[in-house]
Design a protein around this ligand. Structure first.
Ligand SMILES: Nc1ncnc2c1ncn2[C@@H]1O[C@H](COP(=O)(O)OP(=O)(O)O)[C@@H](O)[C@H]1O
Ligand SMILES: N[C@@H](CCOP(=O)(O)O)C(=O)O
Length: 316
């Protein structure tokens, strides 16, 4: 469970005074997530999720709120932020920036079926099209510059082989950015579309949550993230899952030649990004009453697998 900040009944009653969503009935820390503190909050008028932002730069937060609001208005199933009585979306709890969003029905799954991957493909394609009219921009907070700085911290802690791999992959990504990524279609993407950030009801996507890494990036990054988290199980590639996703996605947004050429490098970009962020969390934990750390090892293995034999983008 990741609860970095314990929220009390007193905090919640003070918070709810600024909203028109009823009186507090119940609250509970959420046993998932690694970045922020989250609580389920039940009131007399409904069920909500409270997020205390533990890592984001406060100036980034209005962007996330506007994005969630925009996507909800365009019919993309997702967590809609709740407006305060003064019209804003952001509050403060124990000195941390905080927001309430609607609690969605449904549950995430660690064992998605190909049918669920197909449903996800449709939603992600709609999301990538739905951001067309969203003009706000925010840079990727986990871009190569961040990875480079993180690597400097990690060199002191990692074994020599891992340091070598890091150096090689950062250099590879520098070249890939020049050679491939500058020409790819970009828009605001989710950038963290892991299985725990998509809620399902049966085979239907009930909603996408946790837009707090959203940024202006290559659309292909989201696809490589999905391939890396949804289409691998215990080190084995799940071709049927990946193809179900890809078929549904490309039916709505066909990939460009440049995207197809960039694909193997983008897979490595994603594996590097999550290997490094998990290493930082593991070696330099933020600390808190109840904090979960994701294992970095699977992303190192993916990185090595993608260097040798990356899964493709062709459909049968
Ligand atoms: N709007 C929501 N509706 C229902 N459940 C949610 C919602 N937002 C978050 N959750 C639950 O809280 C968990 C953690 O939320 P998440 O935003 O992923 O946290 P973190 O930013 O720390 O990763 C999710 O896995 C989900 O179970
Ligand atoms: N999804 C990433 C890290 C971000 O975690 P989240 O819980 O905020 O989605 C990972 O698995 O490494």
């Amino acid at each position: 469970m990741s609860v970095y900040t314990r929220v009390t009944e007193h905090d919640l009653r003070a918070l709810l005074a600024d909203y028109a969503i009823g009186e507090l009935e119940d609250h509970q820390g959420i046993s998932a997530g690694v970045t922020n503190t989250n609580y389920f909050v039940d009131t007399t008028l409904g069920r909500w999720v409270l997020t205390l932002f533990e890592q984001s730069d406060p100036v980034e937060l209005p962007f996330f709120m506007q994005l969630m609001d925009h996507l909800a208005a365009h019919g993309v199933p997702g967590a809609h932020p709740v407006a305060r009585n003064d019209g804003g979306f952001l509050s403060s709890v124990q000195g941390k920036p905080a927001a309430l969003v609607y609690r969605l029905e449904g549950a995430s799954t660690q064992m998605p079926s190909p049918e669920q991957c197909r449903a996800l493909g449709g939603v992600v394609a709609e999301m990538h099209r739905g951001v067309g009219g969203f003009t706000a921009r925010q840079a990727n907070p986990r871009d190569l510059t961040w990875i480079d700085a993180a690597a400097v911290r990690l060199f002191e802690a990692l074994p020599a082989d891992d340091c070598r791999l890091l150096v090689e992959e950062i250099e590879f990504q520098r070249q890939a950015t020049e050679k491939h990524f500058n020409d790819l279609p970009r828009a605001v993407i989710h950038a963290d579309l892991f299985r725990d950030n998509v809620l399902f009801r049966g085979d239907r996507v009930a909603g996408v949550i946790d837009f707090y890494y959203a940024c202006h990036e290559c659309l292909l990054f989201d696809l490589a993230g999905i391939c890396s988290d949804w289409a691998w199980r215990d080190g084995e590639f799940l071709a049927a899952h990946w193809q179900a996703f890809l078929a549904a996605y490309t039916r709505r947004r066909p990939l460009t030649e440049a995207e197809i050429a960039a694909w193997p490098a983008m897979l490595r970009a994603v594996a590097l990004r999550f290997w490094v962020s998990r290493l930082i969390d593991a070696y330099f934990p933020m600390g808190g009453p109840d904090v979960k750390i994701h294992d970095p090892a699977p992303f190192k293995h993916l990185l090595l697998a993608y260097r040798d034999d990356p899964p493709g983008l062709t459909l049968p």
